[in-house]
Write a protein that binds this ligand. Structure first.
Ligand code: SAM
Length: 263
């Protein structure tokens, strides 16, 4: 307990009880839920989650933390700790190995790789029932942003096309040891049902959204040059003189569908 937190692993351990309780009650794990925690650290969230779910899996990269976690968990429930980089964990295979269709994922994420973790989880969305993550507040704002907002961008579009994004509450730096330099927030992500998912090629949407937001101040006819021509943009009922930040996620889907057709 109380190991020296390692900066290189993005370790900021939660210690304020009321936030721990709020996160756990937002997740409301039930006996039989298959919960997977990313970055259990010293177990601030793990132990109350385990007490409710009885059995759970946690993925931790820092070997030094694992013996203590296992020891503390022994009296609480059945904890399986996977020593791995979460970005290398195949959640679809993990769900299969655990004998379920869908996992419930949770974690106070290491902020240095929060976006890659989000994209990694989205890739495995069909194997995930929901996700509850602590992130930098600024990242949660971007995830949930609507068209027209200054922080609406790639992350907003790509996540909103795959999940319902529900910001839950903010958490101040003082709730962590050591305190991070930024405010944090907890967000719930619920993957969309297959029938709600846009019918669009993954590579095409990635390409269009990336190009459109590469230079936020430029118009679509500029940023999409070489990918989609002006008349085609106009034929989709989208103004080629508009900027990416004014387009809805479904506008991007229509653009990507034309791109995929032309490929
Ligand atoms: N859950 C604990 C808490 O709330 O006190 C710790 C949260 S701390 C912000 C992030 C945790 O993720 C640390 O335990 C860190 O070692 C772990 N971690 C960092 N990089 C990781 C990675 N690539 N894969 C899995 N865990 C990682």
């Amino acid at each position: 307990m109380n190991a020296r937190p390692k900066k290189s692993f993005g370790q900021h351990f939660l210690h304020e009880k009321r936030y721990i309780e709020r996160i756990v009650s937002s997740i409301s794990p039930r006996d039989g839920d298959v919960v997977v925690e990313i970055g259990p650290g010293e177990g601030a969230l793990t132990m109350p989650l385990l007490a409710a779910a009885k059995r759970m899996t946690a993925i931790e990269l820092d070997t030094d933390l694992i013996p203590g976690l296992r020891e503390r968990a022994a009296a609480v429930g059945e904890l399986t700790v996977i020593h791995a980089d979460v970005l290398k964990v195949d959640f679809t295979a993990l769900a299969r190995d655990l004998g379920v269709d869908k996992l419930r994922i949770a974690g106070n994420l290491p902020y240095y790789i929060s976006s890659p973790i989000l994209f990694h989880c989205v890739e495995h969305a069909p194997a995930i029932a929901d996700m509850h993550f602590m992130l930098q507040k600024e990242v949660v704002d971007r995830m949930a942003a609507e068209p027209g907002s200054k922080v609406y961008g790639r992350l907003s579009v790509m996540l909103q096309l795959a999940c319902k994004v529900v910001p839950l509450f903010n958490v101040p730096p003082g709730a962590f040891r050591p305190p991070p330099k930024v405010d944090s927030a907890v967000v719930r992500l619920v993957p969309l049902a297959p029938e709600q998912l846009p019918r669009v090629d993954g590579d095409a949407i990635y390409k269009v959204v990336k190009a459109a937001f590469a230079q936020r101040r430029k118009t679509l006819s500029n940023t999409l040059k070489g990918l989609i021509d002006e008349p085609t943009i106009r034929s989709l009922d989208i103004d080629p003189k508009a900027r990416a930040e004014t387009l809805s996620p479904s506008d991007f889907v229509r653009l990507a569908q034309t791109l995929a057709r032309d490929d």
